[in-house]
Ligand binder design. Sequence first.
Ligand SMILES: [Zn+2]
Length: 305
Amino acid sequence: MTGFASLPPATAAESAAQTAAELQHSETGILQDIHALLSGRQFAVLTGAGLSTDSGIPDYRGPGAAPRTPMTYQEFIGEPGNRQRYWARNHIGWSHLRRADPNDGHAAVARLEQRGLLTGLITQNVDRLHEDAGSVNVVDLHGRFDQVVCLDCRRLFSRRMLASVLEELNPGFLERAQAAGVVEMAPDADATVEDAGLIESFVVARCPACAGTLKPDFVYFGENVPKDRVERSYAMVDAARALLVAGSSLTVMSGLRFARHAAKQGKAVVIINRGPTRGDNLATIKLDAGVSGALTWLAAELPAL
Ligand SMILES: [Zn+2]
């Protein structure tokens, strides 16, 4: 972790002052406005891939990201070859993602909750880094990378357990993949591998309980977010007096709808994101900046409730 642990002993205010000094002057002015808007109010937080880039997990929609088309649910279900390709890449991707640590941004969000400022946290990330950083009231809107679901019996399994099953079915695969070169990592633990022969050699695991089809427990493109997660998320926004969006371009409706919902209720919508978002027209204040520094400053400076 590169966060608070690596800082020399300092009071929260001193740390915040250091962070503020690293922010651009123009950014600090907007942060002061955000501070004024959120002070004394409980708010909901919605986070996306931009929060995890400082943990080494690339944002495939962020500025400079290579265009990438994730596999849809229909493609995954429709073709055994697609599932083989998917699981081979996921096997490589998971071994990378499981080593990621939460960063200052995750620590700051956990601190906002500990200080009583949040009605809840909605994250579009599947990496579980918010929970690792100590956040408790979290909706993993798009699921969890560390779980696998059987599409036939609906049982859940740990991804860690599946990793050892896949290792046994595919001895030496990760070493050969490393030699072939993993060219890109995506935030959903999907790695791009150019070597088709390597992919075709991959043996996919079946459900240990019913021999059914296993799928990572996250929401694919073309698949709906489970209703209970959506309802919990709306409840967090309903209970809040403002919504803070951090590190999400709000490209997909699954996240954008909460910004629309808050705006419709006349609640303040604050967006902190590097680059434009699909919700910019809904924002009461928009800060175009990296999220870790801004969130660290807010977590230290906002008065506890
Ligand atoms: Zn099963």
